[in-house]
Design a protein around this ligand. Structure first.
Ligand code: FES
Ligand SMILES: [Fe+2]
Length: 376
């Protein structure tokens, strides 16, 4: 059956090979993860000058650190001498410089070459020219977003624009003050599935009634399966008897101070392509960052962010965390169950999207256009 044979209720998904073919994944690394703004690190993970994290962005390893002035900086994790990886750890702290473990070329926290064995005998070596390759960086919602492209797309349009498209304006997300929230919990999931299965899953709620009993108890409209969460400005209302966004509907925490009355007792979900999901509830923000490592493996780092006083006071956040942690496990199990079938002859032409999922077709159209067509 071809896409043109489908009844009007159904539209085709991408063919199975889009989820299994290393060539498609390589093209996604090049044209998406290495070309768009990529949410890399929470700023508060880098406590002070010299703290660093290394993250995989497409095919590149990127170092994100703080310079002496406390500003975030990002560099390609490649020594300019003969290419050794500079930082081999996922995170760490240096005192005032990054030193290559091979021949000890040493760079300051703005990337400038400041020392190397016999460097004084090479006065013609320019310290900036042979400094680390800088990666563009923007801060938003308390995260460092990096872009490897020579000409970065507009951050306002492609990143902030996703929130505006979903909520109708910028004020609605700004009221959560996400940049000032404190990390209450982080859980890292190693998902054996293609990153697009995770995005598609996040975009629809047709599965909610089947696999998310705790979530549909809190958000009854999700049990109806329609993607009401994707109407501009619409937030899913909490069930009447529910006190907070917790695993058993018990009370959460005080509403974040600027959150508007009409946003109270509602859940909003935003997808920032290609790799970020933002979930807003009155008393916290849950932010997912994906790190696609292979066509069949994606690391997802999920942060639960609360008012600083909630975290500083040592208040128990476990009932609050448990709700979306269960949702994550339920979703990622579903994605892992789906991944092996992507290589089956039964899925060669792909599957179908029902009307409640048709908007996923917009994601597919966007993706295939960026990859240069379905022949990718
Ligand atoms: S490769 Fe880094 S100092 Fe030689
Ligand atoms: Fe789900």
């Amino acid at each position: 059956m071809t896409a043109t044979d489908l009844p009007p209720s159904l539209i085709a998904t991408l063919p199975g090979r889009f989820y299994t073919d290393p060539d498609v994944f390589r093209r996604e690394q090049e044209r998406l993860f290495e070309s768009m703004w990529f949410c890399a690190v929470r700023g508060s993970d880098l406590a002070g000058p010299g703290a660093f994290r290394t993250v995989q962005v497409g095919r590149e390893s990127v170092i994100v650190t703080r310079n002496r002035a406390g500003e975030l900086r990002a560099f390609l994790n490649v020594c300019r001498h003969r290419g050794a990886r500079l930082c081999t750890e996922e995170s760490g702290e240096v005192r005032r410089a990054l030193q290559c473990p091979y021949h000890a070329w040493t760079y300051d926290l703005d990337g400038k070459l400041i020392a190397a064995p016999n460097l004084v005998k090479m006065p013609d070596v320019d310290r900036t020219t042979y400094g680390l390759v800088t990666v563009q960086l923007r801060e938003w919602l308390g995260y460092a977003w990096v872009c490897l492209a020579d000409e970065a797309p507009s951050f306002e349009e492609t990143v902030i624009g996703a929130a505006v498209e979903r909520l109708g304006d910028t004020a609605s997300i700004e009221r959560y003050g996400t940049e000032d929230l404190a990390l209450g919990r982080r859980i890292t999931y190693d998902v054996k599935a293609n990153w697009k299965l995770i995005v598609e899953n996040f975009m629809e709620c047709y599965h909610c009634a089947t696999i998310h009993p705790e979530l549909t108890d809190v958000l009854p409209e999700f049990a109806e399966g329609y993607a009401a969460q994707y109407y501009v400005g619409h937030g899913a209302a909490f069930a009447e008897e529910v006190e907070g966004f917790t695993v058993d509907g018990s009370a959460g925490f005080a509403k974040l101070p600027e959150v508007a009355e009409e946003q109270d007792r509602r859940y909003y979900a935003i997808t920032v392509k290609p790799t970020v999901f933002i979930n807003l509830v009155p008393d916290h923000v849950i932010l997912h960052r994906m790190f696609p490592l292979a066509e069949d493996r994606t690391i997802v780092e999920c942060d639960w962010l609360y008012a600083p006083e909630v975290v500083e006071s040592g208040t128990d956040v476990s009932k609050s965390v448990e709700l979306f942690h269960r949702v994550n496990v339920q979703d990622f199990d579903a994605c892992e169950r789906t991944q092996p079938a992507m290589a089956s002859r039964a899925y060669r032409a792909g599957g179908v999207l029902v009307p409640a999922e048709h908007h996923i077709g917009i994601f597919h159209a966007w993706l295939t256009e960026r990859l240069g067509g379905t022949g990718a």
